[in-house]
Design a protein around this ligand. Structure first.
Ligand SMILES: C[S@@+](CC[C@H](N)C(=O)[O-])C[C@H]1O[C@@H](n2cnc3c(N)ncnc32)[C@H](O)[C@@H]1O
Length: 724
């Protein structure tokens, strides 16, 4: 996705997309794998001087393109609404809109509720700015501007806060200034300072001021009309650096180092005095901050704690890393990925010389204090020697990303960072108070001899065999072959990123057709609880695209959002290699995911979600299959494909004729072999499908055999397929 950026004022200290990042001491950055400046189609870019900064990035509407647009104009940003670089509603949408109001956020225009881009030469104000209501960046609750929530005073920050939330956050100084004084005076001297000694602000949420010094002035006027809180929000300080104990540790370490230096007598007479290097924390105050996509927590690049997550588009702070999702990153065009593959390539070339990985060579000196062993911004002496040696002796040119090349973190670890966490379950989790009723098994014993295969009665009735001996429903017993869900005979799988769909699941080894892969487990909840959870989740996470609810029986659902196993990662495809089948195991319905094709090791598993929704457009499918119906909703394609009455009748006639002819030809009756009981009963089984008393269960489980058996549909074409 490519977009152009509207020219804005000078930079502040926020720099959301890491893609445009330059770390401390880093030289101007990166070229693509071929060494040329990155082309704009890829969304990956070369950066000269990032001249501006916005919380969620900024793009122009077409006519507002910056006059002096440079290479930095072509870059990806994150939409303030959907928190993605790519628009989910209109994937072909390549342009962002920037709000000309106070928030200055950017949006995909469909996410801003527009059908088309407004004219480029007119100002456009987002919904929140026009209503003068914004979300508090800490608690996410909406409030009226300048009454409940207040804008951070820092130039072009755009974030709003409740004063009470800032108080909880701590360390934020709130000053009250008279409204008639220009608030924009970033230089304005506050008339009053109302923070108490313990650091807490004495302001009320409505901005009123209880400070006695100002009682006189405030008399006769409502405080909110005269005073306004002025503060710099936490987004402008590095969270790590403001942890006092760390600063103290740094100070002690520096003191200890100084003492060792002096006692070793390193300062020799006559030697040129070494330039004083500022401490790590002093250095950092000059550098940019990277703000969490969901809160004001910001870090220096070198201060990102291991519990945060990030890639070149965005950062999730230590609080949001496990509960929120990073924007999708196209690995094929990812800057980090490209740089890493160049390192790999270089290492391969050099492997005859030395086999050690560049990334293992990092010294402590400039390395990230949180990621021990990961280089900061320079090659170490050893790396320098190594590259020089390769160049001189083996004529291998130095990588042209140059010495200053720096990656914010170990690339693979971050780009392919861990899948979202959930609480692992090995079986369905029922609620004590509210549980589905046990559904008795049919009670008929199967007639299988060595093995219960596809023609086992229990299997056909979507029941697993259980027990042994006379009371069992199985003629074989033990390892009959129709007990895999009960025995949890699952296939070993691992989660893996699946482009455009978040995380997916792949089997470690090849899986033959028909095999059970995993069970879809989670909390078993009733319809009412499901509705309640959906409403709550949508309210709290309006942009979360992931759904984990699966029907298990009438009015009962499995919710795999919080409690689950790996099956929760299996994505949808319109041309699936798996299928979900609801099976009765010892009286309880369970959803097994079975292979319907031979599946190679490492091939993404997928089944048709058949989403029961009337919002087809909200559930856009990106499976890429030839027969993709464009949505994960069920039925759209089926409706299009429905036959006309004439066609249906013609088909029926063909089928009828086929069955009649086949019956005449049959020398051995399949019925006699397969179905127990008298001739009359057998015919009934075959002509009318399973017994009538199973009708409800079978229809509920969508066993289409029932309909087929009843109507005799499409036998001719099925037979033709089998013959093939
Ligand atoms: C059960 S989750 C699957 C795991 C999910 N990808 C993740 O990262 O946790 C279902 C969600 O995955 C995404 N998804 C699955 N298949 C998809 C597809 N074919 N196209 C687009 N999104 C898909 C959708 O957001 C969907 O709501």
């Amino acid at each position: 996705m490519v977009a152009t950026r509207k020219k804005r004022g000078p930079t502040s200290d926020q720099e959301p997309p890491l893609k445009k990042a330059k770390a401390e001491g880093e030289t101007d950055l990166v070229e693509n794998a071929e060494g040329s400046k990155e082309n704009s189609e890829s969304g990956v870019m070369a950066i000269d001087k990032p001249t501006e900064s916005l919380t969620d990035g900024a793009m122009s509407r077409p006519k507002k393109k910056a006059k002096n647009a440079n290479a930095a104009d072509d870059m990806q940003w994150i939409c303030g609404e959907c928190k993605e670089a790519e628009c989910m509603i209109r994937p072909d949408t390549s342009e962002f809109l920037i709000c000309d109001g106070q928030c200055e956020r950017v949006f995909h225009y469909p996410c801003a509720g527009l059908n088309e881009l407004p004219p480029g030469d007119e100002d456009w104000i987002c919904k929140d700015c026009s209503k003068k209501k914004h979300q508090c960046t800490i608690c996410q609750e909406y409030g009226n501007d300048d009454e409940d929530v207040f804008l951070c005073n820092k130039d072009r920050c755009g974030l709003f806060f409740h004063l009470s939330c800032l108080e909880v956050e701590g360390d934020v100084e709130v000053k009250m200034v008279k409204e008639e004084e220009p608030i924009t005076s970033r230089t304005a001297t506050p008339t009053t300072v109302s923070t108490s000694d313990d650091g807490s602000s004495s302001n009320n949420n409505d901005g009123s001021n209880n400070n006695n010094d100002d009682d006189e002035e405030a008399e006769g006027a409502t405080a909110s009309s005269r005073y306004k809180p002025v503060f710099t929000c936490p987004a402008h300080n590095c969270w790590t650096c403001t942890q006092k104990d760390m600063i103290e540790k740094e100070r002690l370490q520096a003191e200890a180092d100084r003492k060792i230096g002096t006692s070793n007598g390193k300062k020799k007479k006559g030697k040129r005095k070494k330039k004083k290097v500022p401490s790590l924390f002093q250095q950092k105050t000059e550098t940019r901050l990277y703000r969490c996509l969901y809160c004001p927590t910001s870090y220096h690049l070198t201060c990102l704690p291991p519990t945060s997550r990030f890639h070149e588009l965005a950062v999730l702070c230590h609080d949001h890393a496990s509960t929120h999702k990073l924007p999708d990153l196209d690995l094929s065009t990812s800057l980090q990925n490209q740089v890493e593959s160049r390192i790999d390539k270089k290492e391969e070339q050099l492997s005859g010389v030395r086999r050690r990985r560049l990334s293992n060579l990092a010294s402590g000196k400039n390395s990230n204090p949180f990621f021990i062993g990961i280089r900061g911004d320079r090659y170490t002496k050893e790396e320098e020697e190594y590259l020089q040696y390769a160049e001189e002796k083996h004529d291998i040119p130095r990588p042209n990303y140059g010495i200053g090349f720096c990656l914010p973190c170990d690339i693979r670890k971050e780009v392919n960072s861990k899948p979202p966490t959930y609480k692992h379950l090995s079986a369905l989790k029922y609620r004590q108070d509210h549980k589905p009723k046990k559904i008795p098994l049919d009670g008929e014993r199967c007639q299988c001899v060595d093995k219960c295969a596809d023609n086992c009665f229990n299997r056909l009735a979507l029941e697993e065999c259980m027990g042994e001996g006379p009371n069992s429903n199985c003629n074989v017993g033990g390892n009959c072959g129709n007990r895999s869900l009960g025995k949890r005979e699952f296939v070993k799988c691992k989660p893996q990123r699946e482009g455009g769909k978040g995380w997916g699941l792949v089997p470690v080894n090849a899986v033959p057709k028909g095999k059970l892969i995993q069970e879809y487990v989670g909390e078993v909840i009733h319809e009412e609880e499901k509705t309640k959870r959906m409403i709550e989740w949508n309210k709290e996470h309006p942009n979360d695209p992931n759904f984990y609810l699966m029907a298990i029986s009438k009015d009962w659902y499995v919710d795999a959002r919080e409690y689950a196993n790996m099956a929760r990662f299996i994505n949808h495809s319109c041309d699936p290699n798996c299928k979900v089948v609801t099976v009765n195991v010892k009286g309880y319905k369970r959803n097994g995911i079975y292979a319907i094709k031979d599946i190679a090791a490492g091939e993404f598993l997928c089944y048709d979600y058949k989403f029961d929704t009337n919002q087809a457009d909200r559930f856009i499918c990106r499976c890429g299959a030839k027969n993709c119906r464009g949505t994960m909703q069920f039925g759209k394609q089926d409706k299009d494909k429905s036959l006309s009455w004439k066609e249906a009748k013609a088909k029926y006639e063909v089928d009828k004729k086929f069955v009649e002819e086949r019956e005449k030809k049959m020398t051995v009756s399949l019925v006699d072999e397969m179905v127990p009981g008298s001739k009359q009963q057998k015919d009934e089984h075959v002509s009318y499908g399973p017994p009538e008393h199973k009708r409800a269960i079978i229809l509920q489980d969508r066993v289409f055999l029932w309909r087929n058996a009843k109507r005799g549909a499409d036998f001719a074409s099925r037979d033709a397929r089998l013959q093939k």
